[in-house]
Design a protein around this ligand. Structure first.
Ligand SMILES: Cc1cc2nc3c(=O)[nH]c(=O)nc-3n(C[C@H](O)[C@H](O)[C@H](O)COP(=O)(O)OP(=O)(O)OC[C@H]3O[C@@H](n4cnc5c(N)ncnc54)[C@H](O)[C@@H]3O)c2cc1C
Length: 334
């Protein structure tokens, strides 16, 4: 389908972009990589009268180390994020999840800020944003404000952004030492959106036996907004990791494109199974499993061609088990 007609503005600076948006009011829309907005225009699900193209503004590009956090420019492409040595060193969960977004062509055009502003609950980055407590730096003619990720995602494709506002950068806190990370994504065809995804960050202590000190878990596509699985986070705190501890050899957490095993009992990384407790029972793997059983609590998963709420709840539990196990293993250098 051909989009409805619109005016196209390509400002030379952030200031010009803010002025262009201000002048056009609610009829204007920010355009960045166009990977989500252009399909909406073509389907006439969106018909702004003005597009303000910020995708090439240098002020919105780049990735900087600002001490306690990384500042990722809103118009940094997915490909730049995946390849960034800073992101890989300081916030690897961001690189792991971004590497699963679509295909190389989309990752070269689509942007970090555009993906988050689009707020598709099936998108991979919003769950990472809530798990890592990212912050959005937002500019408009009224000045600058900062919005925490937990307040940014309001509903399906809806954010706290008001008309005339532009995300300039996203701040990703550095978590420090002792953390391991994993993004576990289930999708039915390669390079597609997640049916369900789980972003996990796990801090492991080796003082007085290996155990999980802290965990962050974000869920993709388990509601109209990304979900922070706080019940899992609380339940897994203190879980002992001696023995196999879900930190097993053969990659139960598996690749980001791995499919969950069909039975509920399938354990993450049960390479040799030695030293493990029976599934769900006492012992380290039981502790991760029991915590993962809470992954679907308080969620409202959608129904679509790929499955209904029951199927997605099952996936959330299995994928959380895998993600926690693999993140814990990576925290231990495995
Ligand atoms: C074939 C295909 C497969 C895909 N698969 C996946 C996938 O597996 N996982 C996934 O997460 N995503 C996937 N996507 C979406 C992709 O990640 C897009 O890049 C992303 O959703 C939008 O980024 P963009 O820069 O293209 O934004 P645009 O399309 O330009 O804009 C998207 C929305 O964000 C707003 N916006 C953009 N930048 C800003 C800003 N700086 N400030 C305020 N608002 C802004 C726009 O107004 C618009 O509402 C896929 C897309 C395609 C085409």
């Amino acid at each position: 389908m051909i989009p409805a007609s619109f005016d196209y503005v390509r400002p030379a600076s952030l200031e010009e972009a803010v002025a262009a948006l201000d002048g056009a009011g609610e009829e204007a829309k920010v355009l960045s990589g166009g990977q989500s907005l252009l399909p909406l225009l073509r389907m006439r699900l969106s018909y702004p009268s003005v597009l303000v193209d910020v995708g090439r503004l240098e002020e919105l590009r780049g990735i900087r180390d600002e001490g306690g956090h990384l500042a990722i420019g809103a118009a940094a492409t997915h490909d730049e994020v995946v390849r960034s040595p800073l992101v890989n060193a300081e916030c690897p969960l961001v690189a792991l999840a971004t590497a699963t977004v679509a295909d190389p062509a989309v990752r070269h055009r689509g942007t970090f800020g555009g993906s988050l502003a689009h707020a598709d609950p099936a998108g991979d980055l919003p769950a990472v944003a809530v798990a890592l407590d990212m912050e959005f730096v937002i500019r408009s003619s009224s000045g600058e404000r900062i919005v925490a990720a937990r307040d940014f995602f309001v509903d399906y494709l809806e954010t706290a952004l008001a008309p005339g506002e532009i995300i300039t950068e996203i701040r990703v806190p550095k978590l420090g030492d002792g953390w391991g990370f994993h993004y576990e994504k289930f999708h039915r065809t390669a390079q597609a959106w997640a049916t369900v995804g789980v972003a996990a960050a796990v801090r492991v202590s080796t003082q007085g036996g290996r155990h999980i000190e802290e965990a962050r878990v974000g869920l993709t596509n388990m509601g109209s907004t990304p979900v922070r699985a706080t019940e899992v986070e609380a339940a897994v705190r203190g879980a002992e990791l001696n023995g196999q501890a879900g930190t097993n050899g053969s990659g139960g957490g598996g690749s980001v494109n791995g499919h969950p095993r069909s039975q509920e009992g399938a354990a993450p990384g049960n390479g040799n199974g030695a030293g493990s407790a029976p599934h769900g029972g006492p012992g380290p793997r039981g502790a991760l499993r029991q915590a993962s059983e809470l992954a679907a609590e308080g969620t409202s998963p959608p129904t679509d061609l790929h499955g209904g709420p029951g199927y997605r709840r099952h996936l959330a539990r299995v994928l959380t088990y895998r993600a926690l196990g693999t993140a814990a293993r990576s925290a231990l250098g495995g």
